[in-house]
Ligand binder design. Structure first.
Ligand code: ATP
Ligand code: MG
Length: 312
């Protein structure tokens, strides 16, 4: 019997009326027809759904708990299908979470592969997804980049604090925030920031103080905790959920985006990054150019638990 075609017999999903077709492999086949004629019902709901179901059946009961189970499509038989990669009709672009892997169905397959064969074992497929709370890097929340204070824009190093070295409007001379630095006692307020020592920079950006500062501002006396510029900026602007449009525009001028220092841009939590197959973690594989990925995957020999090497 030839295996050069996918043979579908008696497909009855949705409006399909016992459709039997043979679809040649290794060539491009196009399904055309008026809207509602059943193209998606045949291609996605029957062929791709059955391919996915058969693939899912090869996993252990534990792993299958994490996979969707849509049941068997309504049809008599399907022969000679292999794993399907679905590229959906969804629009591309516009989402910072999209990659070639998320747009095609390759990522779910790689997650299954790692959940089954990754060393150390024991993670469910969702732990390999940067869009899942279990799998995402906690620092950048799975985006791979973090937003940071852009110090070169925030300060004018040629100026002292008294001359208005802090350029963000909320930190202007005589403002409440400005006062907390000038009255901290940490700095010579007439010294240009370019002449600050390492230690002074460190105090300005990340300094802490055990006791509270006593500040008089617009007739009121207030006790406040000293907070370094980096921490204050993060708390006031970066971690802030809603912001007025004006504040957002100001904010955009003072930040830059940098690769996440914890996941190095891979977007994944430590456990997912630690799991390896043939020396590669899942981020190595998803960042590979497709042809090289094919070579690496083809070179893997996966043994079933009873020790023999399945073919196919
Ligand atoms: N989940 C569903 N439940 C019930 N009926 C459905 C479902 N999906 C599709 N149908 C119906 O099945 C028929 C075929 O729909 P299908 O989406 O397969 O058509 P199509 O040829 O892909 O159309 P289009 O060109 O608009 O994508 C339509 O009458 C549709 O309303
Ligand atoms: Mg369709």
């Amino acid at each position: 019997m030839s295996t050069d075609a996918i043979k579908v017999t008696g497909a009855r999903e949705n409006n399909l009326k016992n459709v039997s077709v043979q679809i040649p492999k290794r060539s491009l086949t196009v399904f055309t027809g008026v809207s509602g004629s059943g193209k998606s019902s045949l291609v996605f709901d029957t062929i791709a759904a059955e391919a996915q179901r058969q693939l899912n059946e090869t996993f252990t009961a534990f792993v299958r708990n994490f996979l969707p189970d849509h049941g068997r499509p309504d049809m008599d038989a399907i022969e000679d299908i292999s794993a399907a990669v679905v590229i959906d009709q969804k629009r591309l672009g516009g989402n910072p979470r999209s990659t070639v892997g998320t747009i095609t169905d390759i990522n779910p397959l790689l997650r299954l592969l790692f959940s089954r064969a990754g060393d150390p074992v024991g993670l469910p497929p969702s732990a390999f997804s940067f869009n899942d709370p279990q799998g995402m890097c906690p620092t950048c929340e799975g985006l791979g980049r973090v937003v940071e204070l852009d110090l070169d824009v925030f300060v004018d190093r040629t100026k002292s604090l008294n001359q208005g070295a802090l350029l963000h409007p909320d930190f202007s001379t005589d403002s409440w925030y400005w006062l907390s630095y000038v009255k901290s006692g940490f700095f010579d307020n007439d010294k240009p920031l370019a002449d600050f020592t390492e230690q002074e920079w460190s105090l300005l950006l990340r300094g802490e103080m055990p006791q509270k500062l006593r500040l008089v501002w617009q007739g009121n006396t207030l006790n406040v905790k000293y907070e370094g510029l980096a921490a204050k900026f993060t708390r006031l602007y970066i971690k802030k959920e809603d912001m007025s449009e004006r504040n957002r525009q100001v904010f955009q001028r003072f930040v830059c985006s940098a690769p996440c220092p914890d996941c190095a841009g891979t977007r994944l939590a430590p456990a997912a990054r630690a799991s390896r197959i043939a020396g590669h973690n899942i981020a190595d594989l998803t960042s590979m150019e497709a042809e090289r990925l094919g070579v690496v995957l083809a070179g893997l020999v996966i043994r079933s638990p009873d020790g023999h090497t399945p073919t196919g």
